[in-house]
Design a protein around this ligand. Structure first.
Ligand code: SF4
Length: 168
């Protein structure tokens, strides 16, 4: 598991994560190859995963937009929190494709990020994450899972990740 920057209590207060405006939103979590297999082994309905290896969202029971198929609206909790996908562990940080470069970015729509991004804890965490993602094992994982390198808007670039062959 990746060390977390946002405390769980703060996440439970927010009405942002795990909810999406559109069904094919870039923000829906994309799965690593091994995570697709893990979920299939756990007998989750195949319809939960789409052709792009993303969790397919379902219409929000609150009537507007969509929510992740694993999201419990009443409690604001993830039903698979302990084994949630890499992308969900990483969030509000994201792996972004920017001008053919692979960059670690952070979502500026996260209220906790907005409130804390000028603190030394944020800088320390960004350094930890950069070192973690720039390790040979993680770079190899990213190279094997190009589907999780996407183009997000409204994010702040933090540091370039040195993938041997960045996707175009
Ligand atoms: S898997 Fe869990 S953490 Fe990830 S989007 Fe779905 S509900 Fe949220």
């Amino acid at each position: 598991m990746i060390k977390q920057f946002v405390p769980q209590e703060a996440c439970l207060q927010c009405q942002g994560c795990c909810r999406f405006k559109d069904m094919d939103s870039v923000w829906t979590p994309c799965l690593l190859e091994e995570e697709v297999q893990d979920l299939i082994d756990k007998d989750i309905p195949p319809a939960y995963i789409n052709m792009q290896r993303k969790i397919r969202p379902v219409p929000s029971p609150k009537g507007e937009g969509f929510v992740c198929a694993f999201f419990e609206c009443g409690s604001n909790k993830c039903k698979i929190y302990q084994t949630r996908p890499f992308e969900c562990q990483l969030y509000p940080f994201l792996i972004n494709l920017r001008d053919k470069k692979v960059v670690l970015t952070v979502d500026l729509n996260c209220p906790y990020v907005k409130e804390n991004m000028r603190k030394k804890e944020f800088k320390e965490y960004a350094d930890y994450l950069s070192a973690y993602l720039n390790s040979p094992k993680q770079l190899e994982m990213l190279k094997d899972n190009p589907q999780i390198i996407q183009a997000y808007e409204d994010v702040l670039d933090l540091i370039e990740l040195k993938l041997p062959d960045a996707p175009e």
